[in-house]
Design a protein around this ligand. Structure first.
Ligand code: CTP
Length: 430
């Protein structure tokens, strides 16, 4: 019987930057190899103070490079003989493009800053700008550096771009201080690589799509985001606390998975993604029209917008005055957009969200059935890391087949990816 290995055949490009934890790199390479990965290595000049090329060469058949124009000694690994010989001195571009996964371990504050700002002044930073593969960082640094607003801002930039992080962990640091800053354990890093390579693998498997093999290529996905504003008068509105971040993450991820994206937005406070078609729909009434029209040539809808359930029945044409005996608003229910879409398009793939504060799964499942959805993403805004405007979300997915999958607390881009890979799989099965 052959044992299944979590990284079987995965091409991992490991970048090692100059932190003390770089001394663990040979052990990391060995652990990745044990799981079946083909590892190639790029070291920065500073990393070479902590680990030697020879130590790394003894644990991988792949190339171990550090200089920008190195082209020799590229190893006998299965992935880059072609890439390496394609253009003298451009091996790193080939390696970066061919990798299934790029891992930076340890990732110093400097390396994180350079990647966030798009700087490319050595082999590793150049390779990082040349890759379209998933990138995983294992940061390691002093606690004060990790907590510094500049580092945290760079991390936020990278997270928003879909870069994943494993660690850092709390513990004793190289300088004797305690705190968050230790590189994640080898096991945690290998596990994170396997989960990311699994997602990348699922991307490849999910995508019978277009010629480029992206899971959603050739598909059109409609995404809604933000909170609707229901006018009371020309000045005042009824709205909610949605920031639009979850819908924007879904739109960005759908774009990156190859889809044509139509993004229908109500009021949002987050930065919208580039490269998608935008349609403004400020009210529930505008949104139902926009969604119904956009779904004509779409394959799926992900309804992440927080749509007001009620709207003032007779909004005033002029600003209401405080004079008089107080204000009584008559509210009328709005259309349930998902229900209307299901009635108009019985076979299209529909994903809803459910915001629940108790008995989440049962209530979410009830909503899924009532609205005729294929998948529902349930979250509780009272859970840590899941509040309005947060960059993370703790979501449980429930599908029409009865499967329940808690995703745990994750960056919204990862939640988006998990949802969209399921959508891709369902669409590609039809
Ligand atoms: N939704 C919709 N049309 C509405 C209200 C909500 O399509 N008028 C969608 C939301 O975008 C979300 C899903 O329905 O994807 C569930 O929204 P939620 O507010 O949790 O459920 P409601 O149906 O509004 O039920 P309730 O407010 O009673 O919990």
């Amino acid at each position: 019987m052959t044992e299944t290995r979590s990284l079987d055949g995965a091409r991992v490009l490991l970048g090692i930057t100059g932190g003390v934890a770089a001394y663990k790199a040979p052990e990391l390479v060995r652990a990745l190899g044990r799981e079946g990965a083909h590892v190639s290595v790029i070291l920065t000049a500073r990393a070479r103070r902590f680990v030697t090329k020879d130590a790394l060469r003894s644990v991988t058949r792949g190339p171990v490079l550090h200089g920008l124009f190195e082209s020799k000694a590229l190893g006998t690994g299965p992935w880059f003989e072609g890439a390496a010989t394609s253009a003298i001195g451009m091996a790193h571009i080939g390696m970066a493009r061919e990798a299934d996964l790029v891992l930076i371990a340890p990732a110093t504050a400097n390396a994180i800053g350079k990647l966030a700002q798009g700087l490319a002044d050595d082999l590793l930073s150049t390779a990082l700008l040349a890759t379209r593969s998933p990138v995983l960082l294992a940061p390691a640094m002093n606690v004060a550096m990790w907590e510094h607003p500049a580092v945290q801002a760079n991390v936020a930039i990278l997270r928003a771009r879909g870069v994943r992080l494993v660690g850092p962990e709390e513990g004793e640091l190289a300088d004797g201080e305690r705190g968050v800053g230790r590189m994640a354990t080898i096991e945690a890093i290998v596990e994170a690589c396997a989960s990311l390579a699994g997602l990348a693998g699922a991307s490849r498997a999910g995508g019978s799509g277009g010629a480029d093999g992206m899971p959603l290529s050739g598909r059109t996905i409609v995404v809604t985001a933000g909170g609707t504003e229901e006018p009371i008068d020309p000045v005042r509105v009824i709205t909610n606390r949605s920031s639009g971040k979850m819908g924007f993450a879904i739109a960005a991820e759908a774009r990156d998975l190859g889809a044509r994206v139509k993004l229908i937005t109500a009021r949002t406070t987050a930065e919208p993604p580039a490269g998608v078609e935008r349609i403004e729909a400020p009210t529930a009434a505008a949104m139902v029209d926009a969604v119904l029209a956009s779904m004509k040539d779409a394959d799926a809808l992900v309804m992440a917008a927080a749509v007001s359930d009620f709207t003032p029945a007779r909004p005033s044409g002029s600003k209401l005055s405080r004079e008089g005996s107080g204000l009584h608003l008559d509210l009328a229910p709005t259309a349930d957009i998902l229900r209307e879409v299901r009635a108009a398009y019985p076979r299209k793939h529909l994903v809803g969200f459910a915001l629940e504060t108790e008995d989440e799964v049962a209530r979410g499942r009830g909503k899924m059935q009532k609205k005729g959805l294929d998948l529902i993403a349930i979250n509780n805004p009272q859970k840590p890391g899941s509040s309005f405007g947060s960059d993370t979300n703790d979501v449980t997915l429930v599908d029409a087949g009865g499967n329940v999958e808690p995703l745990g607390l994750r960056p919204k881009r990862e939640v988006a990816r998990a949802i969209l890979l399921r959508v891709a799989q369902a669409l590609n099965q039809d």
